[in-house]
Design a protein around this ligand. Structure first.
Ligand code: MGP
Length: 214
């Protein structure tokens, strides 16, 4: 999963910084990291058939500053490069990325199904945008309803989901979905649905009952 991605721009930034550091002492202001409102934990799921679903979920790291987020993001593999069957989940610290967690038990998810062809064009941008919505508390007062988000890398088509802790009030749940759709630049004609976890758990076939659509 680790990749230490770097591109030309980033390389030149680092070398500029390194040059600066060696010439001057950094002022204390530049050493202070920018705290996030919440601490977030990254989880990685790898489909090992010899283990239970729960045992395949691995807690990777918790971060609580902007700088630590970018250090992590630049270090790990892009979602589009993970093997089929893997997931990344980013949840508020203390919440496990599973239906059974006390904070998820009564909640649900806004689900975005991607067509296969969108892995190369959209998956990584969408996932980054979803993550920035989370850590940037984009949903203002409704951000308290947000538990986390998951990206499922699947041969049949990748999925992105934002997990919320409640299924009501409808207007707050819908507002979050609309904002998410707007941030991702998803066309108005494309309909996304909100599923309640208790329905997803017992779904027959590939579709769970949809509570709200936008
Ligand atoms: P999935 O990984 O969310 O989707 O669920 P996938 O692989 O696209 O499969 P599909 O069924 O949606 O088409 C796959 C399976 O993982 C589920 O059927 C469950 O067996 C298990 N699973 C997924 N989640 C999110 C949970 C969870 O929160 N708790 C438990 N116990 N099992 C889960």
């Amino acid at each position: 999963m680790a990749s230490d991605r770097s591109d030309g721009d980033r390389d030149s930034n680092i070398s500029e910084e390194e040059t600066e550091n060696s010439e001057h002492e950094l002022s204390p202001d530049l050493l202070i990291k920018h705290p996030l409102q919440n601490s977030w934990t990254l989880w990685f799921y790898k489909n090992d058939k010899t283990k239970t679903w729960e045992a395949n979920q691995r807690e990777i790291i918790t971060f609580s500053t902007v700088e630590d987020f970018w250090a992590l993001y630049n270090h790990i593999e892009l979602a589009s490069r993970l093997s089929a069957g893997c997931d990344y989940s980013l949840f508020k610290e203390g919440i496990k990325p599973m239906w059974e967690d006390e904070k998820n038990r009564k909640g649900g998810r806004w689900l975005i199904n991607l067509e296969k062809k969108h892995r190369s064009s959209s998956l990584d941008n969408f996932w980054l945008e979803v993550v920035l919505c989370l850590i940037g508390e984009t949903f203002e007062s409704d951000s308290v309803l947000v538990n986390g988000a998951v990206v499922n890398v699947r041969t049949k088509g990748d999925k992105l989901a934002m997990w919320l802790c409640e299924t009501k009030p409808q207007d707050s749940i819908v507002k979050i979905g609309q904002k998410l759709k707007k941030r991702l630049g998803i066309d108005d004609q494309v309909i996304i649905g909100y599923e309640v976890h208790s329905d997803t758990m017992i779904k027959q076939g590939s579709m769970a009952k949809i509570r709200y659509t936008i």
